[in-house]
Design a protein around this ligand. Sequence first.
Ligand SMILES: [Zn+2]
Length: 392
Amino acid sequence: MANPWTHKAGEISASVSQSRREFLRSLTGAACARPFFSVSSSVAGPPFASGLQSRERRAVVVTFGGGCRDEEVLTPMGQQNVPYLLRELLPQGTFFTHVENRGILGHYVATASLTTGVYETFDNFASVPPQSPTVFEYFRKDLKRPLHDAWVVAPSNGFNRIGSSDVRSFGPGYGAQVILPKRFLKQALMGTTGDYTRLLQDNYETPLFSPQVEGGKVSLDEFTELLNLSAKDFVTQALTLSSADELSFFVAKRLMRRYAPRLLWITLHDMDVAHAGCYSLYIEGIQRTDRLCREIWRTIQSEPEYAGKTSLFILPDFGRDSDGSIGGNGFQHHRTGDALSRTTWMLALGPGIHANRVVDRPVEHLDVVPTLGARLGFDARMARGKPLTELL
Ligand SMILES: [Zn+2]
């Protein structure tokens, strides 16, 4: 794949980061950490977080997906859509204004790249596993963690292979369990009448794409058993929810209560309804995601297994096209691959992470997995990124 990153793209990206920093500074008065650390290739390996502390640590990663733009989030006009992120969460964490995604801008492949720390290059719409070991495999293998200690809650059938790679010496035996809540809800609703599109829409990008879930490892009965509630109660609960992301949060919360996994990955996706071209639904999706991020953080604080031990990483998988992109269509898609849609951000909160801090040096999506490794005590040895020193 040709490297999409040019000198010009770097300039645009730095300018986006700068305007984010200025905006956040005016908003919160956050202390700005100047780029103390160069992005050097001389870092030999992850500095392990050692001792009992790292083994007790937990992590929850939330993708603020499927992608939003600064206009709707990180500008004076956009801030009204993310009040919890900006007013409640950001003052408690460290915000990276310049997170580059140099990979393919499709949701599954981009999220897979996030989980491996390597830019995956497979077809976004293929039912294939990541080609490099995932964070779940490093975590479970190195720390000898059981199956129930790593979970993914994903929005679409297309994500069903994201829990593990097929790399020799890693693979499904060390992977995460992947829960696709909509798949089970669809099964449970079979034979009933009613329009449940708000909960069941699988993919906003290509309405004709309807991947088959291979393996079918978990039946509906087993799924509801995992959540510790009956199929009937699951449906009753689900139908009170307003969207697929609400459903994902409901399932994640049950998993946290029941298994308290040390590594949990939640992929939110409602805002990708933007592909349908309806701006108000896109904005609603952003507002809901903002609220759910707050709810996830509050859940972490209220669960004894998580409180005081858990870091939360929130980041978009990528952005969306700018209004000025030739060949794009504004907020609707992420087709152009321009620097704006590749320059994302990340908020990290949790024990040992500075509060109310902004970091504006350029980092990459690929740095997330090595950072998790350094915090939790495993070695993401095949990942291409580097641990984010500001979070260690
Ligand atoms: Zn999309």
